[in-house]
Write a new protein. Structure first.
Lengths: 264, 214
């Protein structure tokens, strides 16, 4: 972004210095106020944080994290597979297939996931479909994420130069073979960064297990805080765990994107 | 169908709550998002760092975890606001990170020559950003920001999980009483889809009006 301003001269450097100090002071002030607020209400007392130095508490939360990862893995695999077929459907030359896939994608993208969870929780049992707890979370998330994955794959397929499929077809490959051996492998590689970003969003979505009462990180945190009454500490720790897990995925997506740009 | 018509009042009340909370959050998120973007491209390292940390924090932590933290936990630290205000504040700071990402990608699409020309004319950083870069960047990001706003409306449904009776919660409550899931949930779903469609159409209309034809 250095194109937005010249290499700073002595006066600008001084001004940058002044503004750095000023904004640093403001930032320190805000943080200080926050810390002071916490101290005033005894939230930074050692006794309130000490439990989080003990393994059983971490074990309890990590079992929740395992649940988060389990649900996320199911959703990721299922919606990636469904996404590929939906993307192919939306690009299909057969009109009814195209309409069906397009309709599904557009509808699933504009329905709140929580509404779909309410349907699996309270509406489906009424018509005799009572899913296991894990699937009450995984099914609505898959319905929503399949549409998101489909759009990512479609973008990847469309971004490929048409020469690729033309060459494959003129070599005598059938349409299906062209898709399977030439177009899809390249398209998937091309959109890997976006897929990883979608993975982050999907891991975040699993926090809706809190509503379903499925054993994942946020739900476990709620149970734990009801037991130890350390709400502030528990939820701050959970926020931190989410930040570490998703942050490392985001870093990976960023690295992949940079490598893609360099054409490596 | 009858259950839907009999309970139109609470459902409409829920829709109204969804609408004003979404509208308020949208305005807040747009303003804060642009400010964060400006900080992120500024020459002041401290501001760049703060903006980067801000965006990373809210892109990686689930909205529901933040809502639970702010609504149930932070009152223990003396940070207590009325429930609707807390919910709107959380949604604003959460979606602002997404707005900032969208606007930043717009800033990156503005041709290098534009910034170079502005600097060659002697404009300061603030003038370059305010009069040359941002006006063009904002025109380029109408569609992506529209998508963020659609996500924002969908995300207001999470308010139901912290006890605000907006559309999703109203639909759920009505269903629990009347056990008529199909008309109630289909009605609520269609309403959300209509809202998303409206935003999408609005963004399309705005884009056609402000887009720069090159």
């Amino acid at each position: 972004m250095t194109v937005l301003y010249d290499a700073p001269g002595p006066r600008t450097r001084r001004r940058i210095m002044i503004w750095s100090v000023v904004s640093g002071l403001v930032l320190a002030g805000v943080l200080g106020l926050g810390v002071w607020q916490f101290v005033a209400h005894g939230q930074l007392a050692a006794a309130r944080w000490a439990p989080f130095t003990q393994w059983p508490i971490w074990e309890y939360l990590l079992v929740g994290l395992l649940g988060t990862l389990e649900a996320a893995a199911y959703v990721a695999v299922l919606s990636a597979v469904a996404g590929v077929f939906l993307a192919l459907g939306r690009l299909s030359r057969v009109r009814p297939v195209r309409w069906l896939a397009t309709g599904y994608i557009e509808i699933a993208r504009t329905l709140p996931v929580l509404l779909m969870i309410y349907v699996t929780l309270f509406a489906l049992p009424g018509v005799g479909v009572n899913l296991p707890l894990l699937w009450k979370l995984v099914l609505p998330l898959t319905v929503a994420n399949a549409a998101a994955f489909a759009e990512i794959f479609r973008a990847g397929i469309l971004s490929l130069p048409s020469g690729q499929s033309e060459a494959a077809l003129s070599l005598g490959l059938t349409g299906a073979q062209t898709m399977r051996f030439v177009v899809l492998p390249q398209a998937v590689r091309h959109v890997t960064p976006s897929l990883v970003s979608q993975l982050v969003s999907l891991v975040k979505d699993t926090s809706l297990g809190y509503v379903v009462a499925f054993t994942e990180l946020l739900y476990r945190a709620q149970v734990l805080s009801a037991y130890n009454h350390l709400l502030v500490q528990t939820f701050l720790v959970v926020t931190f765990i989410y930040l570490v897990c998703n942050g490392s995925l985001s870093v990976m997506a960023h690295r992949l994107r940079r490598r893609e740009k360099q054409g490596g | 169908m009858q259950a839907l018509l009999d309970n139109l009042a609470p459902l409409l009340q829920g829709l109204l709550t969804t609408l004003w909370m979404a509208a308020l959050s949208a305005v807040g998120a747009l303003v804060l998002g642009v400010v964060v973007t400006a900080m992120r491209v500024s020459p002041i390292p401290v501001l760049r760092g703060v903006a980067f940390a801000y965006v990373q924090l809210f892109l990686n932590v689930p909205l529901l975890a933040l809502l639970v933290l702010f609504v149930f936990a932070l009152p223990d630290a003396g940070l207590l606001m009325p429930l609707p205000a807390t919910a709107v504040v959380v949604l604003v700071i959460y979606e602002a990170a997404y707005v900032a990402e969208a606007v930043r990608s717009g800033v990156n699409t503005v041709a290098l020559g534009q910034a170079e020309a502005a600097r060659a004319l002697g404009l300061t950083f603030r003038q370059t950003l305010g009069s040359v870069i941002l006006p063009q960047a904002l025109r380029a990001v109408v569609q992506p920001v529209g998508n963020v706003l659609i996500a924002l409306v969908m995300n207001t449904s999470l308010f139901a999980a912290v006890g605000i009776v907006e559309l999703a919660a109203a639909a759920n409550k009505t269903n629990l009483v009347h056990a008529q899931p199909i008309p109630i949930f289909v009605g609520a779903g269609l309403t959300y889809m209509a809202l998303a469609l409206l935003i999408g159409l609005g963004a399309g209309w705005l884009e056609r009006r402000v887009a720069i034809v090159r």
